[in-house]
Design a protein around this ligand. Structure first.
Ligand SMILES: Nc1ncnc2c1ncn2[C@@H]1O[C@H](COP(=O)(O)OP(=O)(O)OP(=O)(O)O)[C@@H](O)[C@H]1O
Ligand SMILES: [Mg+2]
Length: 234
């Protein structure tokens, strides 16, 4: 049984249908990259998976249970950790408060504590008392990752976690994702850096116009420029 099994998912924003049939599976311990041009429905897919947007039809099964009509809070408690596009840190909460409020044992156990997050991101430890609005973009991104990890999820979903960051900070985040993936956590990662994705992901799923249109090995995808041209326009 797959950890996540999404079949023929449709959804969108009120009457505006954006997803027209997304199929996506994630096995235990697998890293799946979700790629596609801008505006093709990657974030909408993730918002629907995590309960922020309603599914219009199709099914989403997580860990053996249908979550298509379950609330975001409950989906999070079932073990789906989200690092959302745009980070969504709370300006007036400190680093420590963000982590303290989020920390709990989850279906993944209780490996991830605040201290482990601070070990992985020493910069956050230095700034633990600082309010989020005083942090740099990279620090906020690390905080958003830490906040998802301390919920001890079974599936971690990252939507553009390296977007708009300086190269050194990006590298830092990729190294951290690599170690998380090696430790066996299941991950869905949305990003534009195909080389970095190929280092951590086993599989790629391409989303185009609200549909999953291609699926295959991440390594093969990274090396095939005709696929990039066809699906990403690069
Ligand atoms: N709040 C909204 N209301 C209506 N339509 C929306 C809304 N948010 C996004 N859309 C539309 O849904 C489609 C898919 O957007 P989505 O954000 O899922 O794309 P994406 O693949 O994540 O793109 P990007 O790579 O730019 O992050 C786009 O056509 C977008 O204009
Ligand atoms: Mg997006």
């Amino acid at each position: 049984m797959s950890l996540l099994h999404v079949s023929d998912l449709t959804g969108g924003y009120g009457p505006i249908k954006v997803l027209h049939g997304v199929d996506l599976t994630v096995e235990e311990g697998e890293v799946v990259a979700l790629v596609g041009r801008n505006g093709m429905g990657k974030t909408t897919t993730i918002k629907t998976l995590t309960g922020e947007l309603p599914a219009m039809s199709g099914d989403i099964r997580f860990d053996g249970t249908s979550i298509a009509t379950v609330s975001p809070n409950q989906i999070s408690r079932m073990g789906v950790g989200l690092v959302p596009e745009g980070r969504r840190c709370f300006s007036n909460l400190s680093v420590e408060e963000h982590l303290k409020l989020a920390e709990r044992s989850g279906p993944g156990g209780h490996y991830w504590t605040r201290e482990r997050v601070f070990e992985m991101f020493p910069r956050l430890k230095e700034r633990r008392a600082n309010l989020a609005f005083t942090l740099s973009g990279g620090e906020q991104q690390k905080l958003a990752i830490g906040r998802a990890l301390v919920t001890n999820p079974k599936l971690l979903i990252l939507d553009e976690a390296t977007e708009g960051l300086a190269p050194l900070v990006r590298k830092d985040i990729w190294l951290c994702l690599e170690s998380i993936a090696k430790a066996g956590l299941s991950v869905i990662v949305v990003d534009k850096n195909l080389k970095a994705l190929a280092r951590i992901a086993q599989r790629v799923v391409v989303i185009s116009k609200g549909r999953s249109v291609w699926e295959g090995a991440a390594q093969a995808f990274a090396e095939d420029e005709s696929l990039h041209q066809q699906h990403l326009g690069v």
